[in-house]
Design a binder for this molecule. Structure first.
Ligand SMILES: Cc1cc2nc3c(=O)[nH]c(=O)nc-3n(C[C@H](O)[C@H](O)[C@H](O)COP(=O)(O)O)c2cc1C
Length: 169
């Protein structure tokens, strides 16, 4: 799928087929995530690949905003290593870029995915840290829930010419 088409047709998918996602495809998504830009090229990310149904169910129960994880074959928790933060404040942006790359790669591969916010909600961060034994210097940033889509969300147009300012506001 061409890049502009992928950007325009990606939507959050929250209902999935039971079909598993194979190792090779998962690696493609992680490779795409790790090709993201990052401040001073620190690549501060880590990825926890989650495929155990019991874990996915626990996440759905503990983080209602990620309730769809219970019906998904997999999820990836994107984390930031705070020891790789050379310029203060950029870790969330770096991880967000990795998440977006993963969402687009998933869509271009025929998968569906949804971004579930973890940081900056302390309760969600603590829940993930405890459940997955994440070290204290690592920040759980976002959960990407992934699977073959069992729904096709609408494609609303979002282009708003009035939001564009030329040369000055
Ligand atoms: C930072 C961020 C956090 C989000 N958190 C959640 C979430 O916790 N649960 C959820 O179902 N969707 C979540 N979403 C997905 C948004 O609801 C979704 O992107 C938005 O409604 C636009 O729909 P689209 O992705 O289909 O374009 C999140 C999106 C972003 C960017």
């Amino acid at each position: 799928m061409e890049a502009i088409e992928a950007i325009h047709t990606r939507r959050s998918v929250r209902k999935f087929e039971e079909r598993a996602v194979d190792d090779e495809t998962i690696e493609k998504l992680l490779h795409a995530a790790m090709m993201a830009p990052s401040a001073r090229n620190q690549q501060p990310w880590h990825f926890v690949v989650l495929r155990e149904p019991t874990t996915l169910r626990k996440i759905a129960e503990g983080c209602p905003n990620a309730g769809m994880a219970a019906g998904a074959p997999m999820a990836v928790l994107v984390c930031a290593d705070t020891e790789r933060e050379l310029t203060s404040g950029y870790l969330p942006q770096d991880c967000a870029a990795a998440v977006q790359n993963m969402l687009l790669a998933a869509h271009a591969t025929g998968l569906g995915a949804v971004w579930c916010g973890i940081h900056p909600r302390p309760r969600r961060e603590d829940f993930m840290r405890n459940l997955l034994d994440i070290p204290s210097h690592v920040l759980p940033h976002s959960l990407v829930v992934i699977g073959y889509p069992a729904e096709q969300p609408a494609q609303p147009e979002r282009f708003q010419p009035e939001r564009i300012h030329r040369e000055q506001w």
